[in-house]
Design a protein around this ligand. Structure first.
Ligand code: SF4
Length: 257
């Protein structure tokens, strides 16, 4: 493992499509692209299921203390088919309180029944991102999300499929809103105006905002730009529209260049 501040942990693989944002799911695309012999719609436990507690020869943990662990990015952490393995996964997350685990889910309505008994108000080292892609899914998932005991929460708008009013849900407990367009050859268009609109809503409520990636088709100024996968993150960064609150409480916002 690279000596980095980030690690990936995919305890299980595969997922079932449940929502408009799943239509061109990247897990399905990747499996197809790399000719995986696994069926993506069947959830299977991965060989590195216990990665957070694995140790090297010198007995130190493979994932170094302090790392942010992107969890379950080839599935959904709350997918029903993984119910039998999740309590062990929670236990590893609790044991490695020196790491920060971050997972996104389109199944936030399953969280309550999936929580471990000792969850309380949430584990302090777990960030949960509730994913929404359109107004209808935002209006369904976000009230549920806000009502759950979670210590650290973010809203992930991905893939953005239309203009979304997040206003009623931008409570102070939301630590960040991140927006992404869709990738892949069949990607649906991401309109830059939709992104700017969410940014404006976040700035009004003083909630950090980030434009994570443009997606493959970005509409700006009435023109559609096709953006290769390798530039989708850097182009979003180039837009310089992230909104951060500095440690001294001052807002920092970029401008479109
Ligand atoms: S929930 Fe996520 S991982 Fe599962 S099918 Fe939908 S997009 Fe793919």
């Amino acid at each position: 493992m690279a000596p980095a501040d980030y690690a990936d942990w995919n305890p299980w693989h595969g997922c079932t499509k449940i929502s408009p944002g799943c239509k061109y799911c990247y897990v399905y695309r990747q499996d197809e692209m790399y000719g995986s012999d696994k069926r993506t719609d069947l959830v299977t436990k991965n060989a590195d299921f216990d990665l957070p507690v694995r140790r090297k020869r010198d007995k130190s943990y493979k994932i170094p203390s302090g790392a942010v662990v992107f969890t379950c990015f080839t599935s959904d952490f709350l997918v029903k088919d993984a119910d039998v393995w999740r309590s062990e996964a929670w236990a590893m997350m609790k044991l490695r309180s020196d790491l920060t685990f971050y997972f996104f889910t389109k199944r936030i309505d399953r969280l309550r029944k999936c929580l471990p008994e000792d969850w309380g108000d949430g584990y302090d080292n777990v960030i949960i991102g509730c994913t929404v892609e359109n107004q209808e899914r935002a209006d369904y998932r976000l009230p549920v999300f806000l009502d759950l005991p979670i210590r650290h929460r973010s809203i992930i708008v991905a893939p953005i499929l239309g203009r979304i009013d997040l206003g009623p849900y931008l409570a102070p407990c939301i630590e960040e809103v991140a927006v992404s367009g869709e990738s892949g050859i069949q990607a649906r268009v991401c309109d830059f105006e939709w992104v700017l609109d969410i940014r404006r809503q976040c700035m009004e409520q003083d909630i950090p905002f980030s434009f994570h990636q443009t997606g493959a088709k970005l509409r700006k100024g009435g023109k559609i730009y096709c953006i290769p996968r390798k530039f989708q993150i850097s182009q979003a960064r180039k837009a310089a529209i992230d909104y951060r609150i500095s440690p001294d409480g001052k807002p920092e916002n970029g401008e479109w260049k």
